[in-house]
Write a protein that binds this ligand. Structure first.
Ligand code: GYE
Length: 348
């Protein structure tokens, strides 16, 4: 009898131990502990995107959002700067207050970042710059940058125009070009504008006007409409992105003119950048856009690789360039050469 009572007490004790009796009551205690340690192990990234002006930008944002997911161990705070540097500065200050692990900045323009980047450095938060660049007096205000060589893109399109028009026997002084620029002061605008301006000077092209279309379709349409009223001899339109090109083509056609590469017979040649927007790519297949320099927006995995390198205590290269192609469906030009490198012209 005594023995069996002891056995019963023993058993009760065992059940108590297994069931966790005696612990302070904490519903889901285990799960709560786990989620706390999981949250601690997340890498927190504050991403200040400059806006949502183009298809390139949407693809870039999507690449970041689909890379920095909780599944992969990240906690991402995404802020859209609505095209205003002041909003981006506010976002970065908020990231500093939240003590994020990394700040990723896609800056609208190059200038004006020194103070806020110094604040991030004082808070010991590494900053990775993506896409466009910042013009900081002290290059150590950010860890590294990844993006495109925008001047190279401009040189590629210019080399294509040169090769094509030479083949057609068109005199350089008969090229009457307008440049619908991107947002003024952004690296993409500065590089692409420089690529064309230098080529025009070197080859003797008539570069008649440079006007900003702010990288949007609406502005591209508006600016092209005004340029057609101002000049009656435009035969090349250099658009600094595809969205502007779509707007410009609309304006040209609405003015009763034909878009295409046959400038000797009155067509207006349109060239552009990105190769992301589906409509622009189909215009390129039809020859309405004669040539597009690719600009690759899929920077999410590239930024992640930089963060992973920093996590391991490595120092990644300061400037990381993306390889890009050139597209045209016009068979006349098979390849172009820029800076001793030959680029095959590919089908869009
Ligand atoms: O070409 C344009 C966008 O900075 C590379 O910005 C980016 C440019 C891109 O609005 O479409």
């Amino acid at each position: 009898m005594k023995k069996s009572l002891l056995k019963l007490v023993e058993m009760l004790l065992l059940i108590c131990l297994v069931a966790g009796c005696g612990k302070s009551a904490a519903p889901d205690g285990g799960a709560m502990d786990e989620s706390i340690s999981k949250a601690d192990s997340y890498i927190t990234v504050g991403f200040s995107q400059l806006g949502a002006e183009s298809d390139w930008r949407s693809a870039n944002t999507e690449s970041m959002l689909s890379t920095f997911t909780e599944d992969k161990g990240y906690s991402l705070i995404y802020k859209n700067g609505q095209q205003k540097q002041a909003n981006q500065i506010t976002a970065i200050r908020m990231f500093i207050q939240q003590d994020v692990d990394y700040i990723v900045l896609a800056p609208a323009t190059e200038d004006g970042w020194d103070s806020v980047l110094s604040e991030a450095r004082d808070a010991k938060i590494p900053v990775i710059v993506v896409d466009r660049r910042v013009n900081a007096a002290d290059k150590n205000l950010y860890s590294c940058w990844v993006g495109s060589d925008f001047e190279l893109e401009g040189k590629k399109v210019s080399a294509w125009i040169k090769a094509y028009t030479e083949q057609k026997g068109i005199d350089p002084s008969d090229l009457h070009i307008v440049n619908i620029q991107g947002s003024i002061g952004s690296t993409a605008q500065i590089g692409r504008t420089r690529g064309l301006a230098n080529a025009a000077r070197e080859y003797g092209w008539d570069l008649m006007a440079e006007v900003s279309g702010d990288f949007t379709e609406t502005k591209g349409r508006e600016v092209m409409g005004a340029l057609l009223k101002r000049f009656n001899n435009i035969n090349v339109v250099y658009c600094e992105n595809d969205n502007e090109a779509i707007g410009a083509i609309d304006a040209i056609e609405s003015a009763g003119k034909k878009v295409g590469p046959d400038i000797a017979n009155g067509e207006i040649m349109v060239v552009s950048f990105d190769g992301v927007n589906e409509q622009a790519l189909s215009y390129a297949r039809e020859g309405k856009i004669s040539c597009i320099a690719e600009c690759n927006p899929l920077h999410g995995p590239r930024v992640e690789a930089l963060i992973q390198a920093l996590e391991k205590g490595n120092s990644p290269d300061k400037y990381n360039y993306v390889d890009e192609k050139i597209f045209s469906s016009i068979a006349d030009v098979k390849s172009i050469t820029v800076g001793n490198i030959e680029y095959q012209v590919e089908m869009p």
